[in-house]
Design a protein. Sequence first.
Length: 137
Amino acid sequence: MTERILVVEDEYLIRLWIAECLLEDGFDVVLATNGDHALGLIAQPGGFDLLITDIAMPGLADGNAVATAAKQRNQGLPVIYVSGRPDSVKNQIGPRDGFIAKPYSFVALSAMARRLLDAPTDAPTDAPANLTSCVAA
């Protein structure tokens, strides 16, 4: 079964680049242009296997709010937070979550996505590893 990833990114070219790369890796990708759009997608039936969300976006809902809503709907959902500012993540980083600092490479994003998707749902938390940022090579 193909894993379904929700990508929330307000920058058009970055959003398309992420989608193209994830599609090439065999994922089913759903795109949201901002947090408000993502909240509408999260409320729909079907669910997601992974959320990749930018933090700072226009609209009422930032990436922290999107992740909170997504985890309320699917408690075990892994989340990759993306931002140029690590201090912008206000949510508790769980054992199946990660943070990637902008700029980053697709290889880093794809590797983190695969690691989080493959992690057992009862994996012990390891905050330093989860907060490792990946920068473009």
